[in-house]
Design a binder for this molecule. Structure first.
Ligand code: IFM
Length: 441
């Protein structure tokens, strides 16, 4: 049996990622909370409610869990509606609570990465039209400045916006997010406003903290044409251009090109210090006349796909390699800001995790500057329109009792974080079924 150790570079960041609304609980002043109260919006009528109870202080025990299992970093987000509960009011006590969390990471020798916008917006903002209203650009920049002035001494890594493309398709292309619209024109306007807001926040953050490292958590998803037909290839290209390329290319060139909306946005040029990549899976696409609201496209997984518990994701580590290779074109350090899988039984996650980390090692050893990896997620949490039906945590949670259950993936990940490598012993112990895939004879 071949044996080998795949070692990562010194100083590599190993952690998990979370988002405020998904873990804090009782975020009553934002659009998602209001959305959850409406019938039919969330699977099973689930609600975030107490979530993982972090706002009441349980972040401490979860940070202990991460630290004790050798994670040396954590990505979390701050909740805009707590920090700025009204347009003209800042809440210092909320900022102080986040300061405590960041100090909590510091005390545990963990590097912090903070996201400023992760899907939720304050109600006062949505009442003004939310991200459809260009006024959001300056409002978001002011919010970012305020947060960085308050917390910058405890954090160097800032993600302005999480997954602008997912926010756009979730909220404005019928994806089950508030405000529940399905209108491509508005969708692209929102994406463009997010780009402008990122650019303004980038400047504001650097003015408040000159050494800050600022990026976006970009969700990259492979769209592979299911056949060679020109219409299918057109569909795949269109998806790729709008979903994968439009936003990040504009951050390099200052030219926004989302096919149906193009605009020069020179202030966005060169506004990323690192590339944040959220990768989960790739899909096949084919042209389909019966789907006008989905730009005449059907998206599906291949017949031989290894699907996750809720058929949500395909285990496709080759797609992860493609994603990282794509990220390398920008010539900046790369952080994997999210990667993970839904699996309450933890019999799928271990192979998904191992194969994806092995794919990442492959990229690193082809000199792609990947500097860190944040697993989604530390603990099960409220999965948006899918409620509590999907379990992405290394630790399981019963939201009713708040009891945590340690899944076997914790030990697998801990071994990798501790040794900064993937060893044959680790693969043999935690996931022998993929041994031959990782160590082919
Ligand atoms: O839970 C989400 C997260 O908020 C954004 N990226 C994908 C995750 C899994 O669905």
């Amino acid at each position: 049996m071949p044996r080998a150790t795949f070692t990562f570079p010194g100083g590599f960041l190993w952690g998990a990622a979370t988002a405020a609304h998904q873990v804090e609980g009782n975020n009553q002043n934002n659009d998602w909370w209001a959305w959850e109260q409406q019938e039919g919006r969330i699977v099973n009528g689930d609600r975030s409610e107490r979530a993982c109870d972090w706002w009441a202080g349980r972040w401490r025990e979860d940070f202990d869990r991460a630290h004790e299992t050798y994670q040396n970093a954590h990505r979390l987000s701050v909740e805009w509606s707590r920090i700025q509960p009204e347009k003209d009011r800042w809440d210092e006590s909320a900022l102080d609570r986040y300061r405590q969390m960041l100090l909590g990471l510091k005390e545990r020798d963990m590097t912090a990465m903070v996201t400023l916008h992760h899907f939720t917006s304050p109600l006062w903002l949505t009442e003004m039209g939310g991200w459809e209203n260009e006024a959001v650009v300056e409002l978001f920049a002011a919010f970012s400045r305020r947060v960085v002035e308050a917390l910058g001494s405890h954090c160097d890594y800032w993600v302005t916006i999480n997954e602008p493309n997912v926010y756009m398709s979730g909220g404005y292309l019928g994806g089950g997010f508030p405000p529940g619209k399905n209108d491509i024109k508005t969708a692209l306007k929102v994406l463009r406003n997010m780009l402008k807001a990122h650019a303004a926040a980038y400047q504001a953050i650097h003015e408040a903290q000159s050494g800050a490292m600022v990026g976006v958590a970009h969700h990259w998803r492979g769209f592979l044409p299911a056949n060679r037909g020109p219409l299918t290839r057109f569909s795949a290209n269109l998806h790729n251009k709008v979903f994968n390329e439009a936003f990040p290319q504009a951050l390099r060139t200052g030219k926004f090109d989302a096919v149906m909306l193009k605009e020069d946005i020179p202030q966005a040029k060169d506004t990323q210090d690192f590339i944040g990549l959220n990768y989960y899976t790739r899909e096949l696409v084919r042209f389909d006349l019966s789907k006008p609201s989905e730009v005449f496209t059907q998206r599906f997984y291949p017949k031989d796909a290894e699907l996750s518990e809720t058929d949500f994701l395909n285990n496709d580590p080759e797609g992860f390699k493609a994603c990282i290779k794509w990220g390398a074109q920008f010539g900046k350090p790369i952080y994997i800001t999210e990667n993970g899988v839904d699996d309450s039984k933890d019999d799928f996650r271990r192979k998904y995790l191992l194969q994806h980390l092995h794919a990442m090692w492959h990229a690193v050893n082809h000199n792609v500057p990947v500097k860190g990896y944040f697993h989604w997620s530390l603990v099960d949490n409220f999965e948006w329109e899918r409620g509590w039906t999907q379990r992405f945590g290394l630790w399981g949670i019963d939201p009713a009792t708040q009891a945590r259950t340690r899944r076997m993936s914790v030990d697998l990940y801990a071994d990798i974080c501790r040794t900064n490598s993937i060893t044959s012993e680790c693969v043999e112990k935690y996931c022998p079924e993929v041994y031959e895939r990782i160590y082919p004879v």
